[in-house]
Design a protein around this ligand. Structure first.
Ligand SMILES: Cc1ncc(COP(=O)(O)O)c(C=O)c1O
Length: 263
């Protein structure tokens, strides 16, 4: 199926309970256990609910990921990604990352023992030089907001592969319609979904290679255990506008990338 068809239909199947074409909003916090430990796949809405699951299936399909995790905001999702790390771990990030990521890392997570180095990730050699024995994650935003710096995802993924560390890519500005980081070797993709994917505040992450590296159980735990999760009302709607938004947005973004790449 093509991108637009996937955006409309995957995760948006008729409601299994009633056959409703447009899934109802499940306005409940708790789901019944028919007997001890037996339910229909849901027990408590913070852990998961049908509207979130539907949106996560759409996002995983669009990014070519194995699974996706939706949070109340991009920053909540990005926080959950960094919390896969342990005190003493080091991260190399794009120096022009979105300001919220800079604040999260330098004003908050640094106090929990994580170390961060900001480098110009458009220069692959600069990334290589910034690596330390305790580097556990490469976090790149490409193109960056708002400076439109471009990083070669495939080249950075080679460095990640050589050291068996995690590569996370912020794909907000091109969306999966124009750029598919997982196909280029990323383990995790993050989004601020308010830009090209949906109207409401969300973030999604997906990753096929994340599965091989054992990252998915940690993301599931972080979504349930601590991070801000979205309620059914906020997760209910279609991603059907994504192709239109992305192609219209590209008309503005792509010439700026071309300009910023011109010496
Ligand atoms: C590239 C990028 N990443 C992450 C974020 C953070 O997302 P949110 O505002 O949904 O928390 C933004 C927000 O503008 C962004 O532009």
């Amino acid at each position: 199926m093509g991108f637009a068809t996937n955006a409309i239909h995957v995760g948006q199947e008729p409601d299994p309970a009633t056959g409703a074409i447009v899934a109802p909003i499940y306005q409940t916090s708790t789901y019944v256990n028919e007997e001890l430990g037996k339910n229909k796949g849901y027990d408590y809405a913070r852990t998961n609910h049908p509207n979130r699951k539907a949106l996560e299936r759409t996002m995983a399909k669009l990014e070519g990921g194995l699974s996706a995790y939706v949070f109340t905001s991009g920053m909540a999702g990005i926080d959950a990604v960094f919390r896969l790390l342990r005190p003493g771990d080091h991260v190399v990030l794009s120096e022009a990352v979105y300001g919220g990521v800079f604040r999260l890392s330098t004003q908050l997570l640094v106090h929990f023992g994580l170390e961060f180095s900001f480098v110009d990730t458009s220069m692959t050699e600069a990334v290589r030089m910034a690596m330390r024995p305790n580097t556990k994650m490469l976090y790149i935003e490409t193109p960056t907001n708002p400076t439109m710096n471009v990083t070669d995802i495939a080249a950075i993924s080679k460095i990640a592969g050589e050291r068996n560390i995690t590569l996370a890519v912020d794909n907000t500005f091109l969306s999966p319609y124009l750029q598919r980081p997982i196909e280029l070797g990323a383990h995790i993709v993050v989004h601020s979904m308010t830009k090209y994917l949906k109207d409401l505040f969300h973030s999604a992450l997906g990753g096929k290679r994340a599965s091989a590296n054992g990252l998915l159980p940690g993301l599931t735990r972080n979504q349930d255990a601590g991070s801000s999760h979205a309620a059914a009302q906020r997760e209910w709607d279609y991603s059907s506008t994504t192709p239109r938004r992305a192609s219209e947005g590209a008309k503005g973004v792509l010439p700026r990338i071309a300009l910023s790449s011109t010496p």
